[in-house]
Design a protein around this ligand. Structure first.
Ligand code: GLC
Length: 428
């Protein structure tokens, strides 16, 4: 029997498709955006060159307008819906989706440069202009006119696909009556009880249809599309990523870009209270058209520490929610609030714990001096992997593995963080 480090390395090898790594066979047969960033941290523990390659292949999928898509389609695959024939983006060298995913890339590059030192500068320098262009895309194309806060046009763009956070935005949109009939594939590969409902799915595809019908003009999709919400996940991740991009600009010699990046950072710092739900005492997702807040604490609410954002009072209230949630689960922070409506400990983003979000939360907690809580999150991930193996996500109450098996980011973050052998890269 292989030990867990060996198993994790074997999963990364098995899911390697030659320069890029798929999340898991069948259910997710392409390269995914934020998956690849976390996967690179795992590869870096074994082979630094391969880690850089993971990020370079991701950037090959960049669209002409600067967006790095949520999925890079190098091929079609009958096992997956919606594939390139449905998206029809035709806006880059390689086909991709018409939406993005949380911009963790700059932070991962900065982390790899900090760990590897000067020998990594050339690889990082080559990536810098593309990452800058992607950040500009978020600030220009995903920031609605007059709002000043980066938003999202599709629940899939947040990476937290069917979190109850998106109910308000989806509740305000209609299914396009001309939606073509289609066949879902996700429920053939995974337990339907753990996947999104049919009505949700029809709305997801309605947004794709709108983008396609408007030639993937991203400003039109943001300002006139059927769904527009502000996500604390994307907001906090981008704020940190902008700071990490600035650090890279300073260390890699991109002097001319620094003022632009500083402006993005100060703009975001000035707007963080847009997410503060005073009645509930947490940073919450918000529907832009109505101003309505989601009424529950998600794992993205806890990312304020990762972005070094929030007043003392806001942080204290956030920590109180996290402690309340710890009291209801066995294995740390759940993706949705156990005390809120629609909590479901095994349904996708309605409860399960996700290793990559908890990794970022723990990193932020550690930087904020909350070492004990950060270390508990690391230990909790170690325990669920020891108990259940390398699943896509885990039931935070029982520790059971959910949805995809032999999952790449779980294997990668085991190697880079949760494994007892990982202390060289562990943030907590
Ligand atoms: C699911 C997750 C998303 C992830 C993708 C591939 O769609 O919600 O965050 O990137 O799977 O793992």
């Amino acid at each position: 029997m292989l030990d867990l480090d060996q198993q994790a390395r074997a999963i990364l090898e098995k899911n390697d498709r030659g320069g890029f790594t798929i999340p898991t066979a069948r259910l997710y047969p392409f390269q995914w955006n934020w998956d690849s960033a976390f996967i690179a941290l795992g590869h870096a523990t074994v082979d630094e060159d391969r880690a850089w390659q993971e990020l370079e292949t991701l950037i090959e999928g960049q669209a002409h307008d600067g967006m790095i898509p949520s999925i890079v389609f190098r091929n079609d695959d009958e096992d997956y819906f919606p594939g390139p024939k449905v998206w029809q983006t035709n806006n880059g060298m390689i086909d991709g989706t018409g939406i993005s995913q949380p911009p963790v890339l700059a932070s991962v590059v900065a982390q790899m440069v900090q760990e590897q030192g000067e020998k990594s500068y050339a690889r990082a320098r080559a990536l810098f202009p593309n990452i800058l262009k992607w950040h500009r895309w978020w600030h220009d194309c995903r920031t609605p006119d007059g709002l000043g806060v980066v938003c999202t046009v599709h629940p899939w763009e947040t990476g937290r696909d069917n979190c109850p956070d998106w109910k308000i935005g989806l509740g305000h949109m209609a299914i396009d009556p001309e939606l073509e009939s289609y066949q879902r594939k996700d429920i053939e590969h995974a337990n339907p009880a753990q996947r999104p409902t049919q009505e949700e799915y029809d709305k997801y595809i309605t947004i794709v249809k709108f983008g396609r019908d408007h030639g993937w003009d991203q400003k039109v999709l943001t300002n006139q599309g059927p769904f527009l919400m502000a996500d604390p996940g994307i907001f906090f991740i981008l704020l940190r990523a902008d700071r990490d991009l600035l650090w890279l600009a300073e260390h890699l010699g991109f002097d001319a870009d620094q003022d632009q990046i500083k402006n993005w950072i100060s703009d975001a710092e000035a707007h963080k209270d847009y997410f503060w739900n005073e009645d509930f005492g947490a940073f919450c997702a918000r529907n832009v058209a109505t101003g309505e807040f989601a009424q529950g604490f998600s794992n993205a609410s806890a990312l304020c520490f990762y972005a070094d954002a929030g007043t003392q009072d806001q942080r204290a209230k956030t920590l109180a929610h996290m402690k309340r949630i710890e009291g209801k689960t066995q294995f740390g922070q759940s993706s949705w609030d156990p005390d809120a409506a629609q909590f479901d400990s095994q349904r996708y983003w309605c409860g399960p714990l996700w290793c990559q979000v908890n990794y970022m939360i723990a990193m932020g907690l550690k930087e904020a001096g909350e070492d004990a809580m950060a270390e508990k999150m690391r230990q909790d991930l170690r325990k669920v992997i020891e108990l259940s193996g390398f699943y896509e996500c885990f039931d935070p109450v029982s520790g059971a593995g959910c949805i995809g098996r032999d999952f790449s980011w779980t294997a990668a973050l085991w190697l880079a963080w949760a494994s007892p052998s990982s202390s060289h890269t562990a943030p907590a």
